[in-house]
Design a protein around this ligand. Structure first.
Ligand code: MEV
Length: 329
């Protein structure tokens, strides 16, 4: 199900007085299976790319003033509103890193990934831009350079991101993330996940701040919750590797309870979680920053995931997507 990230440069026929090279980049959405928020405090996380939700960026250089075309904003680069500052940051930081002026740059973005739903839209957009810009200039960047550039844009989006999203949207399969690095994880049996959009904008920055504020008041309580989320993530890695999907589901339910206790839940998430369990999900939890955004529910099989998706939409989900984390063994 998972598609490798690609970046490529192309040449159009030259026309007098204009440059013709363009570059393209793409990245996918991601789901965090376990470890959101705890990862900010050094705990591990398990995440997977969502290959059916893709962001594509195209960068070219011409003679016109620098400009952007995207669903969020289309117009002059220097008039871009604050809400697209992560996009502008990704582009300008990459150009600066490659020591190339912004004169004549043209950026186009197309994305299937819903914004502010915990699915990694900002990291995917940044990642696609970094790749497209490097490809347009025929420049080589190391994976470490690319990650750091995505992180630069993510800081503009979320404050101090752990780096999990930046890694997961560039992954070609599920990853174990810890201390800034991501490694592939073995999967013993497929995980049939339904992603259900509450329709409520998630607020990652505010959600992260909420946990920090609670920790300032109750350090022992919040640290115990973070430690338990970390243990659940280790246990989930073993369950995923061993193909014990019932254990994965039980871990998701407990993680959801803990995350809600940390103040990053939402009534719309609770409502969809109850629906998912009632429709036979093995487990259900928020994914990403929370306080809205998306729920993930684990089906017992491919057919049952379809039933879950129907039940979640009938219960008010604004949209659902099914993504399968395929077995690796
Ligand atoms: C956001 O997708 C995940 C969080 O853990 C924040 C982060 O890792 O930077 C909430």
């Amino acid at each position: 199900m998972n598609v490798p990230i690609s970046a490529r440069a192309s040449e159009r026929p030259h026309s007098p007085g204009s440059r013709s090279a363009f570059g393209e980049g793409r990245a996918t959405a991601k789901v965090i299976l376990f470890g959101e928020h705890a990862v900010v405090y050094g705990a591990p996380a398990l995440a997977a790319p969502v290959s059916s939700l893709v962001t594509r960026a195209r960068v070219a250089f011409g003679d016109d003033a620098p400009r952007i075309r995207s669903a969020a904003y289309s117009g002059a680069l220097d008039r871009a509103p604050e809400r697209v500052s992560p996009t502008v940051t990704a582009l300008l930081a990459t150009l600066e890193r490659l020591e190339h002026p912004s004169a004549g740059v043209r950026l186009e973005i197309e994305s299937d990934i819903p914004v502010a739903r915990g699915l990694g839209s900002s990291a995917a957009v940044a990642s696609a831009i970094v790749d497209a810009t490097a490809a347009a200039l025929g420049a080589s960047l190391t994976e470490a350079d690319r990650h750091e550039l995505v992180q630069t844009a993510e800081r503009a989006a979320h404050g101090s991101p752990s780096g999990l999203d930046a890694r997961a949207v560039r992954a070609d399969g599920p990853v174990w993330f810890r201390a800034g690095e991501a490694v592939p994880v073995p999967v013993g049996a497929p995980l049939h996940l339904v992603i259900a959009d509450t329709g409520v904008r998630g607020r990652t920055r505010l959600a992260v701040e909420e946990v920090a504020a609670r920790r300032a008041v109750d350090p022992d309580g919040v640290d115990a919750a973070i430690a338990r989320l970390g243990t659940l993530t280790f246990d989930a890695r073993a369950a995923v590797a061993g193909g014990d999907i019932s254990a994965v589901g039980r871990g998701m339910d407990e993680a959801q309870r803990i995350l809600t206790g940390l103040g990053v839940g939402h009534p719309a998430l609770d409502h969809l979680a109850v629906t998912a369990r009632g429709a036979g999900a093995l487990g259900a939890k928020l994914t990403g920053g929370g306080q809205g955004g998306c729920l993930i529910a684990l089906g017992s099989g491919a057919e049952q995931a379809l039933v879950l998706a129907d039940a979640l939409r009938a219960s008010g989900a604004a949209a659902t997507w099914i993504t399968t984390v395929e077995a690796t063994t």
